[in-house]
Structures are given as structure tokens and as C-alpha cells.
Design a protein around this ligand. Structure first.
Ligand code: KIV
Length: 304
């Protein structure tokens, strides 16, 4: 008899779930790790079916899904709702919920409380947070509560204003050394993995060589242990300006717009719905319905 749960239970690996420890083993085997963002159940299911290893419910949702200009406005309630949807759709991939701005910066207690909500209320396998420095204590506190943490260095969008905008980080020897030191510190604090965003390839390579935990690059060159792209960028769904590191694997936005235009034209031209899209009923029932409706209308007319 299996003692493993049939449905995902918070903090308990569900059947078929990629064990978190496998990610470090993939790094050791030099097997590239694939991560993608997703924000809903169909996205989680498709990422799972495509064999993706990690799904990040990114706070990029604030821009890609909710229409904001930055990731900063994302709230805990929004991120919990999106994470719940993704965990309903994906089974095998490790699902990481991005902690939104304000949910972990204030105190270790806040960070642990909110990380627990992602695991307990939304079925996430772990959380991601941005930065090092004061955030190291947050990482230690969350990991100490039994929740895996993914770090995020380089271009950290929640602090883009402090960084002088959305631009590559660590481009001088001094800044690159600081990134390396922060990476080591995040590993020592207990992160199971580290996202490196918009970092020169040579710096990401050095960090990836030095750390035992896998690095996941986005605009950080080919020598990271894995790669991540944002769902809407990868699929061609996002209309805004896209970063240099984005590769579009489809133009789904164009496909959707063309489909909507075709639907609108069919409706306006009377070409939709057709017979095959329509329900029927027995002839005699329809006849009875018509005569009864006529009779009811005549009676109503008489009463007026
Ligand atoms: O929110 C997000 O999508 C991210 C990725 C860019 C790593 O943090």
C-alpha cells in the first residue's frame, strides 16, 4: 500500500514530483536545467507536458498578466491565486513562487509567514526572493522553517530604481566581485538554486563554477547550469519592449489576434455558428413548444 499522497499536499512531494535534490545532481552531471515562468493552470500543465524541470510563478505576472509597468505592485493575494492555479496544472516540475515586493523585506517573521502561505495555501514547493545583504537573514529564516529558497541576483527588478533601471549588472571587476561574494553568501545561507539575471557571461560562468548549487540564467550566458525565460516573452505574447536576452519560440500573440479577428468576421457575416455547433431537440418537442408558447402569448394578449 502506498503511503504517498495522491494529490499534492503542502510541503510534501507529490507522486511524480522531481525531487529538489535532483537539481544539484543535474548540475553535477552537467545536464542543463530548464525553467519557465507560468501563471495559470493551463500554463503549468503545458510546462509539465513539455518536460520543464522548474516552473517559476514569477512576479513578472504584474507586467505580463496584470498590466502593470513593473513587478513592484504584485501583491501576496495575487501571487497566491496565480500559484494555486499553476500547482493545479503542473505535477512533475518543482514549482517556485516568487515572493512579491513588500512580502519579505520588512522582517524575517514576515518573510517566513508569507513563504509558509505559498507552501500551505498554494501548494508551492519553494519560494524565490531577490537580493543578498539583509536578505541573507530572510533566506536563513525561511530555509530554517523547512521551505526551499531560490535566490535572485544581478538585475533584480524589484529594486530596478536603485540599480538605475533595467540594465545589465556586474560589468566592472569590482561589481562582478560583489556579485560573486553575494552568490557565495546566498549559497551559504541555504539557497537551493540561484537565478542570475542580466549578468555578463564571464561573471555568470565563474559564479556557476564556484557554487555547488545550480545557477539559472536569464541573460547570463550559456554557462549557467540552467536557463529560464518568461512565458510571454518565449511565446511572443508580450507586446512591450523585450530585453536583449529574450528568444521568441513562437508568435502566439499574433495567432490569438488572427483567431479573434476571424471569429469576429464569422459572427458579423453570419458564418458562425454552423449546424455542427448547434444543439437540436426532437421535432415533436419543438412543435409542442412552439404551440404552447403561441397559446401563452395569446392568453397574455387577452388579459391586456
Ligand atoms: O518574475 C520573474 O519572472 C523572474 C524571472 C525573470 C526569473 O524573476
Amino acid at each position: 500500500m502506498s503511503i504517498r499522497p495522491q494529490k499534492p499536499v503542502p510541503a510534501t512531494p507529490a507522486p511524480g514530483k522531481l525531487p529538489l535534490t535532483e537539481l544539484a545532481e543535474m548540475k553535477a552531471r552537467r545536464q542543463p536545467i530548464v525553467m519557465v515562468t507560468a501563471y495559470d493552470a493551463p500554463g503549468g500543465r503545458l510546462a509539465d507536458e513539455a518536460g520543464v524541470d522548474l516552473v517559476l510563478v514569477g512576479d513578472s505576472a504584474a507586467m505580463t498578466v496584470l498590466g502593470h509597468d513593473s513587478t513592484v505592485p504584485a501583491t501576496m493575494d495575487e501571487m497566491l491565486m496565480l500559484t494555486r492555479a499553476v500547482t493545479r496544472g503542473a505535477r512533475r516540475p518543482v514549482i517556485v513562487a516568487d515572493m512579491p515586493f513588500g512580502s519579505y523585506q520588512v522582517s524575517d517573521e514576515d518573510a517566513v509567514r508569507n513563504a509558509i502561505r505559498f507552501v500551505k495555501e498554494a501548494g508551492a514547493d519553494g519560494v524565490k526572493l531577490e537580493g543578498a545583504g539583509p536578505m541573507l537573514s530572510r533566506v536563513r529564516a525561511i530555509v530554517g522553517s523547512g521551505i526551499p529558497v531560490m535566490g535572485h541576483l544581478g538585475l533584480t527588478p524589484q529594486s530596478a530604481t536603485m540599480l538605475g533601471g533595467y540594465k545589465a549588472q556586474g560589468r566592472s571587476a569590482e561589481k562582478a566581485l560583489a556579485l560573486l561574494a553575494d552568490s557565495r553568501a546566498l549559497e551559504a545561507a541555504g539557497c537551493f538554486s540561484l537565478v542570475l539575471e542580466a549578468v555578463p557571461a564571464g561573471v555568470a560562468r565563474r559564479i556557476s563554477e564556484e557554487l555547488a548549487i545550480p545557477t539559472i540564467g536569464i541573460g547570463a550566458g550559456a554557462d549557467c547550469d540552467g536557463q529560464v525565460l518568461v512565458w510571454h516573452d518565449l511565446l511572443g505574447l508580450y507586446q512591450g519592449r523585450v530585453a536583449r536576452f529574450v528568444k521568441r519560440y513562437a508568435e502566439v500573440g499574433t495567432t490569438i489576434r488572427e483567431a479573434l479577428e476571424a471569429f469576429a468576421e464569422d459572427v458579423r457575416e453570419g458564418r458562425f455558428p454552423e449546424e455542427q455547433h448547434t444543439y437540436s431537440m426532437p421535432e415533436e418537442e419543438l412543435a409542442l413548444f412552439e404551440t404552447s408558447a403561441e397559446r401563452d402569448r395569446d392568453r397574455a394578449d387577452d388579459r391586456r
